[in-house]
Design a protein around this ligand. Structure first.
Ligand code: ADP
Ligand code: MG
Length: 247
């Protein structure tokens, strides 16, 4: 079980330089924090910078202004303490499920025995026992996303970032995987940050919804989700979020 982490995003600004064009300011002085062990969703119109934020938090892009703190420490580069799952599974087609997940531990200092144990446990955690030696093309879309979740968690991260992980799945598979995410969140005690287009999914899964705007890209609203408002998805508050997310 991982130790859940507190994440603080402080005054983050980010632009992209595209040759022959003025710089594209994607994030502008945005701040928010995520409590240890919570399940937070980020919703907002497409292109507002949601994936960019996750890439900065996971450390894939270090070209930004501001501070990202995990348990009070400034993050540097990628690390096993931050796992990520994308919309497309990004499994390597020439490697078995087992090897794909093991690859995430490449830079860890664990022994071969510890790695093998973690891989086995995480394949089991996502319900893929028996498919260790299957290749990605032999897995359904839902199974491939389960594998991607196992890969995101195998390093026992303090925080798991999910970038529209269920967006490409059919409705039934999506519902099943939503239940899996909740179960895993409760079992692993990991802080989760989910980017989703589906406000109902955010209401169902998370404790808190961060609403993001474009131009400038920043978090403009934070709504706590609890027992009393979760049951009323048609409430004024949630309806207005749905309106803001539509692009
Ligand atoms: P979202 O995930 O909310 O849809 P993104 O973070 O993917 O938004 O992108 C925000 C904006 O930045 C978009 O206008 C997108 O086209 C642009 N963008 C994203 N990545 C790059 C990149 N590597 N180079 C240039 N522009 C980018
Ligand atoms: Mg995106």
């Amino acid at each position: 079980m991982a130790t859940p982490a507190k994440l603080e995003i402080q005054h983050i600004s980010k632009h992209y330089d595209v040759e022959g064009r003025p710089p594209l300011q994607v994030l502008s002085d945005t701040s928010f924090s995520v409590e240890p062990g919570s399940f937070v969703s980020i919703v907002g119109p497409s292109g507002c910078g949601k994936s960019t934020i996750l890439r900065l938090i996971v450390g894939l892009d270090q070209d930004y202004h501001g501070d990202i703190l995990l348990n009070g420490q400034r993050i540097t580069g990628t690390s096993l303490s931050r796992g990520i799952v994308f919309q497309d599974h990004r499994l390597l087609p020439w490697l078995t499920l087992e090897r794909n997940i093991d690859l995430a531990l490449e830079n860890s200092r664990w022994t071969a025995h510890q790695k093998a144990k973690a891989v086995r446990e995480h394949i089991e955690l996502v319900g893929l026992s028996g498919f260790e030696t299957a290749f990605p093309h032999q897995l359904s879309g839902g199974m491939a996303q389960r594998a991607a979740i196992a890969r995101g968690l195998v390093g026992q991260p303090e925080i798991l970032l999910l970038d529209e992980p269920l967006g490409a799945l059919d409705a039934l598979t999506r519902v099943r995987l939503q239940e899996e995410l909740l179960r895993i969140w409760r079992a692993e005690g990991v802080t989760m940050i989910l980017v989703t287009h589906d406000v109902d999914e955010a209401i169902y899964l998370s404790n808190r919804i961060l609403v993001m705007n474009a131009n400038p890209g920043r978090i403009v609203r934070e709504v706590d989700v609890n027992l009393s408002n979760r049951s009323d998805r048609a409430s004024h508050e949630f309806t207005s979020i749905k309106r803001e997310v539509l692009d």
